[in-house]
Design a binder for this molecule. Structure first.
Ligand code: FAD
Length: 264
């Protein structure tokens, strides 16, 4: 494999026995290799920001849901990480109302953060991202492998994207080690990596998408289902354990019986 990289406008040629593309959801490596891929854009938009530390949110996170809106507040060592979900088509409206009006809204949702919003001076202090689902048919070709969001970007509802990428790295490192031993970097020698990661990845992608469908929604029926899911899970330690182990990457399936229990 030969790669030409640009550094300060200067072209540098690299060559290697194997090329690993870990360049995110819009992966140029994936596109250059011509891997068949399905890309689905989410109707959701997320805003992210860091605000000052909030005394009452030092020990636990808080997350609020309403129809078509969700806010999460998570303590970090010296600040509070805030994410704010809204439907993508409402983003321009929100921005045109100004950052002062947004600060006011955050303060109304969680009055305890009102005094910690001083560092939100302008929209420059707020970043945003729209999730995308990527399903690549092949994660490996002769002499190259793709990993992480480049082949399986997913909705952030389960907060598993980075974890999946790290697990890919571990599995791929094992496979590549065997490729060096056998001096074979063909697609078939690299395939065990994809097979090892496939089931869990598809499980997490599908379930994250379903969770997003009922938690970040304007639809009344899905919103009602989402509230049921949250209420039932919170009331049953058995369901909490299933949800926790699935959303922490410790399992790759939930039985149909358990899926139904979340809703009835
Ligand atoms: C709204 C949102 C919230 C999320 N929340 C969570 C969460 O709570 N927990 C979690 O685990 N995951 C979360 N994720 C997912 C997580 O961010 C990704 O799954 C993870 O970052 C994927 O890692 P990656 O290394 O595959 O890709 P990336 O993190 O995208 O890294 C790709 C890297 O390649 C570089 N690159 C790309 N093209 C080039 C190029 N041509 N030349 C040089 N460098 C290049 C990029 O600059 C980037 O540094 C979230 C995602 C979104 C959209």
């Amino acid at each position: 494999m030969r790669v030409t990289a640009l550094r300060n406008g200067e072209a540098i040629e690299y060559s290697a026995r194997i090329l690993v593309g870990a360049d995110g959801e819009n992966s140029k490596v994936r596109k250059t290799l011509g891997v068949q891929t399905r890309v689905k854009e989410s109707p959701n938009q997320y805003l992210f920001m860091l605000i000052g530390p909030v005394d009452s949110i030092r020990q636990e996170a808080r997350q609020y849901f309403a129809r078509g809106k969700m806010v999460g507040l998570y303590p970090t060592l010296k600040s509070t990480y805030v994410f704010y979900y809204l439907p993508k088509r409402q983003l321009n409206d929100l921005r045109s109302r100004g950052v002062e009006s947004f600060r006011k809204e955050l303060g109304e949702i969680e009055p305890e953060v009102s005094d910690c919003l001083d560092n939100l001076h302008s929209w420059e202090d707020v970043s945003h991202a729209a999730p995308m689902r990527v399903d690549a048919e092949n994660w490996v070709v002769d002499g190259a492998a793709l990993m992480g969001d480049a082949v399986h970007a997913l909705d952030p509802a389960w907060a598993q994207g980075a974890n999946l990428s790290l697990q890919d790295a571990v599995a791929l490192a094992d496979t590549v080690e065997r490729c060096f031993e056998s001096d074979d970097f063909s697609a078939s020698a690299l395939r065990p990596y994809q097979l090892e990661r496939w089931k869990q990845t598809k499980f997490v992608q599908d379930q994250s998408e379903r969770t997003a469908q009922i938690t970040t929604t304007e639809n009344r029926f899905y919103y009602w289902l989402g509230k049921r899911l949250i209420r039932n899970t919170g009331a049953d330690p058995g369901l909490m354990k299933i949800a926790l182990s699935a959303s922490s990457g410790l399992t790759n399936h939930i039985s149909m019986r358990d899926r139904i229990r979340f809703f009835i």
